[in-house]
Design a protein around this ligand. Structure first.
Ligand SMILES: O=C(O)CCC(=O)C(=O)O
Ligand SMILES: [Fe+2]
Length: 274
């Protein structure tokens, strides 16, 4: 009985809570393949035959050249192996079960959160840019495991029910909820997703407010793949506009992905004192 209650506490349903956590869900080989390609890309630029993990190689690349680091980082989010994960049968059947149809790939990106570098963290936000439909889903897929220290995301349960909230560019140069919007979510339950294994998937509504959790690990970075897809069955707005709402009214001018690439990784500093 106790066990049942416990289980219920940790179970979230996408429709009601705006999030759903699936443990040991997808085949690890997809993740292994992405990681090995990421390592291959970096190893090509390092002299020795390094056997290091992603985080160690990224540190070596960072030491070597800022431009190289920046370009390699951008290339990770272009790897076709990242979207091959959408062929995983568990992901396919999950989306089918939730009645997602005619899916369009909106974006996919690899996030690297280095230890104690707060500048890259995403403040509270919804993912409003580039939506082609209001029926949308985001997959947050760990590329390395964490017992908590690597950080992750804080999710504001039920916040997707508030609809579109107004955003602005925050002091870090990244889009965040305006303070009035922040007041609206202040009393909602916060769920920290910071303990995960390779194979787990967090499904969320992109309209669910979320933010990054700091990586407090001593040496490893957090590597996460984020894929967003939209259901194109309800696109009545297409006769007037591509997006289902006025994106610029609600959000600042850049997508999170764009801000990350332009503002953070492409800076004119010569050192990495973020
Ligand atoms: O993984 C994270 O820290 C959050 C990333 C995120 O929210 C985004 O890319 O929009
Ligand atoms: Fe986000």
């Amino acid at each position: 009985m106790k066990k049942k209650i416990q289980k219920k506490k940790n179970t979230f349903d996408l429709k009601n809570s705006g999030l759903e956590i699936k443990k040991k869900f997808i085949s690890k080989r997809y993740i292994q393949n992405i990681n090995s390609e990421i390592r291959d890309l970096m190893k090509l630029h390092l002299n020795k035959n390094h056997k290091n993990n992603n985080s160690e190689l990224f540190k070596l690349i960072t030491k070597k050249s800022k431009k190289l680091r920046e370009n390699l980082f951008k290339s990770f989010s272009r790897l076709i192996s990242c979207i091959e994960i959408l062929s995983d049968k568990k992901i396919k059947s999950f989306l089918k079960k939730k009645n997602y149809k005619n899916l369009a790939l909106i974006s996919f990106s690899v996030v690297v959160m280095e230890p104690n570098r707060k500048k890259f963290l995403f403040p509270v936000h919804q993912d409003l840019k580039n939506r082609l439909s209001n029926k949308s889903i985001l997959m947050w897929i760990p590329l390395n495991k964490s017992k908590g220290s690597l950080g992750g995301v804080t999710l504001y349960k039920n916040s997707h029910k508030l609809g579109l909230l107004k955003h602005e560019i925050g002091h870090s140069g990244i889009m965040q909820l305006k303070s009035k919007s922040q007041q609206k979510i202040a009393k909602l339950q916060k769920i920290d997703f910071n303990k995960y294994n390779v194979g787990d998937v967090l499904f969320i509504s992109p309209f669910l407010v979320h933010k990054s959790i700091n990586n407090i690990n001593k040496k490893d970075s957090r590597w996460t793949l984020i894929i967003q897809v939209d259901d194109l069955t309800s696109t009545k707005h297409f006769s007037k506009s591509l997006n289902p709402y006025d994106v610029d009214y609600h959000s600042a001018s850049l997508t999170n992905e764009e801000t990350r690439k332009k503002e953070n990784y492409v800076n004119n500093n010569n050192n990495y004192n973020f």
